[in-house]
Design a protein around this ligand. Sequence first.
Ligand code: GLU
Length: 469
Amino acid sequence: MTVRVRFAPSPTGMFHVGGARSALQNWIYAKQQGGVFVLRIEDTDAARNKPEWTEGILSALDWIGISRGSYEGPYFQSANAGEHRAAAARLYDSGRAYYCDCTREDVQARTGSQHQGYDGYHRDRGLGPGPGHALRFRTPDEGATVVVDLIRGEPTFENKLIEDFVIARGDGSPVFLLANVVDDMTMGITHVIRAEEHLPNTPKQQLLWEALGVKPPIWAHVPVVVNEKRQKLSKRRDKVALEAYRDEGYLAGAMRNYLMLLGWAPSGDREIVPWSVIEDEFRLDEVNLSSAFFDEKKLRAFNGEYIRALPVAEFIDACQPWLTGTGTIAPPPWQPEEFDADAFAAVAPLAQTRIAVLSEIVPNVDFLFLASPLIDEAAWTKTMKDGSAELLDDAVAAFEALESWDAESLKSTLEAVGAERGLKLGKTQAPVRVAVTGRTVGLPLFESLEVLGRERTLTRIRAARLRLV
Ligand code: GLU
């Protein structure tokens, strides 16, 4: 039997990091089993779907390493609507489903409860199809449905506790639960690996498989991803969009490594591991049952390590989208013609050890390309104290007289300027840094000044000095 797994996102919003994790788990499982990964876009909720969300899913998958052309699909659930209706009709014809025209209020009036499910009123009343008649599945009265789940063992659901659930609405349209089963069936899916939130649907879906005469798949319900308050990550509250992380400058390698650690760990005491190790070692049945904390701080630290591990040339390449403003990434504050690739290459190794996400490259290097620095006013006020004006005057005079404009000479020169006033280097360089870069933190100052050049450095220190009169 060839293993066939599927990833079945609904294109109703940005691509969720939890979805990305399920996709990767499916992807690896297929690979390990010599199987096939199928992508199915579950687009039947016409009111909430948008084509751009589908495109977003495809490009986000591509980014994370599940590249177009390397999987089967994408299929679209909407294209399978005929099959969904045919399955509903088969279930009705075989007596496994029946029509019902009860409203919620009708059921409540009979059962006296808002919370109890459907009471089976129409089970044997022989109502035929018609406008407003929903089709309900006749669940077995006895026995239990045992779900074989690679992560959870064999969760067992008493059939008598499963209500006769709706499989097609009053307008005849099949509901998601059925469409999802029929698609898996027609696509020959053998393993359904998906988020835990679908576990309550699973006994119903398994009953549908059985009623349609096909052996159900093996299931694997992976625990949900939660925030620091242990709440399920939600797109309204949390930063969940994979695209947002991509645009902030997370590396795909760091992201997918991190996502796979949500609920699982490779052997040894390792967390940062090559993808090939994860592909070898990952075991679905080792995935934890408890929910997995998506720790953005840890992800940042991971990403910083991945950035530092890049050869400098690759780091320079990886920064390009932020240096130019490509696609959905905001353009930098400088004009394209102001950018100087050589100057950037000169400071890139310094930046590489300091940033955790690639977008941070921009505030670190903008002083090199802008005609005048973007002054952070709070930093200015904090740094420019009594004595700063005179200190800047002395710095200008000393720098003007420098024979060689290099980091080492700049440093010893400024150190001497400070020493005359009894100041340590840190205190001496702070006003110079703010004058030249506009900020209190950034790349090592003297290397920065070396790359910026004498003329621009002096112009900026003089301009700052003028502001202090
Ligand atoms: N379209 C469903 C979702 O995005 C997937 C259901 C499934 O994987 O079976 O949650």
